[in-house]
Every structure is written in structure tokens, then in C-alpha cells.
Design a protein around this ligand. Structure first.
Ligand code: AMP
Length: 217
């Protein structure tokens, strides 16, 4: 099963993906997390991605698509794709990767959040430098200031979460990623969730969408 998660930066894709992957056994494939890990390990892929990620631009389609294809095992397994596809070209590339195996996207879930709220969340987000767990300094602070509850590592503000870069990422979402909503709606595998609700309510709504899919299949 292939589930994709669409939503602006700050809409909760990463947080929700972690919860649902743990609950239902999906493999969580987050392209942004992969790039950040490769960047801190200074691999050739990381060095290539860094110049785009740091300024909030999209990594070229060929680079991200090749990276994704190399990490998808199409012989089995259920995937939750978080942050891919990000534009129509990537959506079409994904379909080209899946179709030879008679596979397709089973469900696209759109986490809908206003731009103001997404920006507010992004600029107050702090992220674990080791495990990637996300916190919010006003609504979900860690138990000990500056330390991850899960693994104890330092929390950092992502360079691309600073206001100016976050604004640019929001514009890229509006221009390039938003059209995917119509694309997956037309494909008939789409559901929209109000991401302004509490994280628990969002998880419940996502669980219901996934369970109804499993019932149908
Ligand atoms: P994210 O963690 O999903 O917000 O992604 C962080 C950054 O990684 C983005 O601003 C892009 O620079 C890069 N990135 C992640 N996913 C993609 C993608 N599908 N296509 C191009 N760039 C991506």
C-alpha cells in the first residue's frame, strides 16, 4: 500500500507520519529527513541537496526521484510518503515507478492548514538534532528545555524554519504542491483533513481514512 501525505510545511506531516507508521507498520519515507541525514553525513547526495534545502528551494526532480526510487522496495511493504511528491512532475515520476508493478497511490491525504497558522507553527518549531522528533516552544515544549524527550539530544531550530525561508517554502507549496490536490482528487484516491485540530484528533481522522481504505481493499 502506498499512502502519500500532502500539506504545507508546518501542517504536521512529519508528526502524523511517525504516529501512523508506528501504529500501522508503514515504512515512513520522508524525503526532507533523508536529505537532512545525508547533509549531516556530508555524502555526495547531501552536498548536492544542501544548496537547495538551506534556502528553502526544491531539490531538482531528477535527484529526489532517483533517491526515492532507490529506497522503495516494491516487492512488498506499506509506505507512507511524507514530502514526496512535491509537484506534478514528481507525481508523474512516482506513477512511472509504480505502474510497471501494477501499483499506484492508494490514498493521498491532504492536511489542510491556513498559511498564518502554518507559519506560526514553523517559526516556533524545534527539532531533535538526532531523531528528528518535532516540538513547539509554545504548544508542545520538551520536558527539559532544549532537550529531546525521546532521545535526550539537543533541539535545534532548522535553518529553513526561520521566517524568511519559511515564507519562501510556503510560496513554493502554493505554486507547485497545491496543484497535486486536484491531481489526486481526479484520480479518486484523496481525502482532506482539518490540520488545525489537535494532533490527537488529526491522528484519529487519518486512522479512520486508512481503515476505510483497508475495508474497501
Ligand atoms: P521537509 O522536511 O519536507 O520540509 O523538506 C525540507 C526540504 O527538503 C525542502 O524545503 C526541500 O529543499 C527538500 N525536499 C524535501 N522533499 C522534496 C521533494 N519531494 N522535492 C524537492 N525537494 C524536497
Amino acid at each position: 500500500m502506498i499512502i502519500i501525505l500532502l500539506g504545507s510545511p508546518g501542517s504536521g506531516k512529519g508528526t502524523q507520519s511517525r504516529v501512523l507508521s508506528a501504529k500501522y507498520g508503514f515504512t515512513h519515507l520522508a524525503t526532507g529527513d533523508v536529505f537532512r541525514a545525508e547533509m549531516s553525513a556530508k555524502t555526495p547526495l547531501g552536498l548536492k541537496a544542501a544548496e537547495y534545502v538551506r534556502v528553502g528551494r526544491l531539490v531538482p526532480d531528477s535527484v529526489v526521484t532517483e533517491m526515492l526510487a532507490s529506497r522503495l522496495d516494491l516487492n512488498g511493504g506499506d509506505y507512507l510518503l511524507d514530502g514526496f511528491p512535491r509537484n506534478l512532475e514528481q507525481a508523474e515520476a512516482l506513477s512511472r515507478i509504480l505502474s510497471p508493478r501494477h501499483l499506484g497511490v492508494d490514498l493521498a491525504i491532504f492536511l489542510n492548514l491556513s498559511r498564518d497558522e502554518a507559519l506560526r507553527r514553523l517559526t516556533s518549531r524545534r527539532t531533535c538534532s538526532k531523531c528528528g522528533e518535532a516540538y513547539n516552544i509554545s504548544t508542545r515544549p520538551p520536558k527539559m528545555a532544549g532537550r529531546c524527550d525521546a532521545c535526550g539530544a539537543d533541539l535545534i531550530q532548522r535553518e529553513d524554519d526561520r521566517e524568511e525561508t519559511a515564507q519562501k517554502r510556503m510560496m513554493i507549496f502554493d505554486d507547485l504542491t497545491q496543484p497535486l490536490i486536484a491531481y489526486y482528487k481526479a484520480a479518486g484516491a484523496f481525502c482532506e483533513i482539518n490540520a488545525a485540530q489537535s494532533p490527537e484528533r488529526v491522528s484519529e481522522d487519518m486512522s479512520s481514512a486508512l481503515l476505510s481504505l483497508r475495508v474497501r481493499s
